[in-house]
Structures are given as C-alpha cells and as structure tokens.
Design a protein around this ligand. Structure first.
Ligand SMILES: NC(=O)CC[C@H](N)C(=O)O
Length: 223
C-alpha cells in the first residue's frame, strides 16, 4: 500500500508520521506540499499534526483553504483513505470533509499527556486491527481538541457509527462532547482523530497501541 504525507508550514509531526508509515508499511510515503494540486496515486493520504499557519484564525482554518485540499477532496470522493491526526483532524473539519468543530479545550490549557481510547467502531478501514470496545493508550498534545457538533449532527454520527474513538476511563482531556476523540465521514474513508497514534507504534515509544490504525489503513495486519 502506498501512502502520502501532506506538508504545510507549521506542521511539526510530519517526520513522526513519515517514520511510522515507513516502519509499518516498509515503504516511505511520498510527501505532498500544500501548493500541489495533484496527489500521486496512493491508497492513504495522511495530514499530520502541528500548528499550521501558527493556528491563526482557528486551528486548521488557513490550511483548509490551500490548493492541496482540493486535491485531497477529489481523492476522498474517489474513495482514497484520508487520515487526519490532531491538526490534521482540525484541517479536515475546517475543509468540510468531516462533521463538527474542534473548540478550545475546556480547561483553556494546552494538554500533553497520555489518555485511554475506546475503539467504538472496529469495523472500519482504520480500526480493523482492534476489537470493538478495546481500550488502547494514546498520547495527546493540543489546545483545541474539544469536539463539538450540534444535536442533530451528534445524533447522526452516533447513529451511523461515525464515532470511531472515545476517550475512556475518565481520561477526556478537553471536554469533548460524548468523549469523542475520533470521527469518520459517512463513506468511511476519511478519519480524523485528536490523539497521536504515530507516537506509540514500537517498544521504543513505550508501547505499540497506535500501530493498529496504520496497520489497518495500510492493510498490513498480521494474520
Ligand atoms: N499536536 C497538534 O497537532 C496540535 C494541534 C493544534 N495546534 C492544537 O494545539 O490544538
């Protein structure tokens, strides 16, 4: 499976993402700069975390309007998998590829810690390596991770199984509605999540709980 990592000014988790994808798929992803209007033929596009455009206006708001996003939208419409992590999630929401909004953390503070995640939906292209209800560890590092959706949207995404991850065991770090940590689109090929699975994929990281997301998306789940 081939993958691409999107790069924009201010993103700082691109190298971690490239390392994770290379390690798990055995192939280095291609990198795509924000001004590019064509994305090579890949199976998975990842928008990593960071502080695109210094988080000015709103996290992800400027990045969402860069030319590369039109190319990502076109690929997503064709069914290519798209994963947005942290700032990548914020960008996907700002670009209208995912429902809801990410507001300032309820504490009004940047949070950088480990949380527990419940795999709410294990029947997705990104979570097949896990089982439904499985609890995994994951780091988080953000100040705008407080997921919000209006009542109707919330009902729809909960009903459709679009809520893929929830903060578990009282570890919600940001006040997100329904403890929502990750959501996907209705087609099931675009996933956004605030936690950073790329930072927990091998023993040197202190565990590999995040590996399953990439193994699922890249279809390299060990039999
Ligand atoms: N690690 C990240 O991607 C951070 C996202 C965003 N800059 C925030 O702080 O909310």
């Amino acid at each position: 499976m081939k993958s691409a990592v999107v790069q924009l000014p201010g993103l700082n988790r691109d190298r971690d993402m490239i390392a994770a994808l290379t390690k798990i798929s055995g192939k280095a992803p291609v990198t795509v700069w924000q001004t590019e209007t064509e994305i090579p033929d890949v199976d998975l596009i990842v928008i990593p975390g960071g502080f695109s455009y210094g988080d000015y206006l709103r996290c992800g708001a400027i990045a969402a309007r860069m030319p590369v996003m039109q190319a990502i939208k076109a690929k997503a419409e064709k069914g290519v998998k798209v994963l947005g992590v942290c700032n990548g999630f914020q960008i996907l929401v700002e670009a209208g590829l995912l429902p809801g909004a990410l507001m300032r953390n309820a504490s009004l503070k940047f949070v950088c810690r480990e949380v527990k995640l419940e795999v709410v939906n294990a029947d997705t292209d990104f979570t097949r390596a896990y089982s439904k209800g499985q609890i995994i560890r994951s780091p988080v590092a953000h100040h705008d991770g407080n997921y919000f959706a209006d009542a109707e949207t919330l009902k729809t995404i909960e009903g459709n199984g679009q809520v893929v991850f929830r903060y578990a065991e009282g570890t919600n770090p940001n006040g997100s509605m329904g403890d929502i940590a990750g959501v996907m689109n209705t087609a099931g090929n675009v996933l956004g999540m605030m936690p950073h699975p790329e930072n927990l994929i091998e023993a040197a990281h202190g565990g590999a709980d995040g590996r399953g997301i990439f193994a699922s998306a890249l279809e390299v789940i060990a039999a």
